[in-house]
Design a protein around this ligand. Structure first.
Ligand code: FES
Length: 134
């Protein structure tokens, strides 16, 4: 059975190192929260934004849908839209998940969230019409 999902990543996009971008130095006693990052179970702490939760595990939030370059947010206040990630939601049929986009910098991690950092490439991503948005 094939999975019919709009959440599948583009395998042609190069991937960055798994080295975390952020190191947690304070507030380490908050309650652990488990969520899924690109299918792998990982831990955040209650009250973390998705940006913090993700970047304590890897160097990027997403890859540009235009150039494929890794992105890790910019403004951190919900204004620049550089931190879009996708949250997989179940629609009741196993294997038929849908995705909603959320801003990682202004969304609090919740237990069981299924976050995807791979995005489908935009049409015309490799030509002159789509490459100026990074
Ligand atoms: S980092 Fe700018 S909107 Fe999230």
């Amino acid at each position: 059975m094939s999975r019919t999902s709009h959440c599948l990543p583009d395998a042609s996009v190069p991937r960055a190192s798994a080295q975390p971008q952020l190191t947690r130095l304070a507030e380490t006693a908050r309650t652990p929260v488990m969520f899924y990052l690109d299918g792998a179970p990982v831990q955040a702490l209650a009250g973390d934004t998705l940006l913090t939760a993700i970047l304590t595990h890897q160097r990027h939030l997403r890859f540009s849908e235009f150039s494929g370059a890794p992105r890790a947010g910019f403004c951190l206040i919900g204004a620049c839209q550089d931190c879009w990630v996708r949250c997989e939601t179940s629609v009741g049929v196993p294997g038929d998940a849908q995705c909603i986009r959320v801003r990682a910098c202004s969304t609090t991690v919740q237990a069981g969230m299924r976050i995807l950092t791979d995005a489908p490439r935009a049409p015309h991503a490799d030509d002159d019409r789509g490459g100026a948005h990074d």
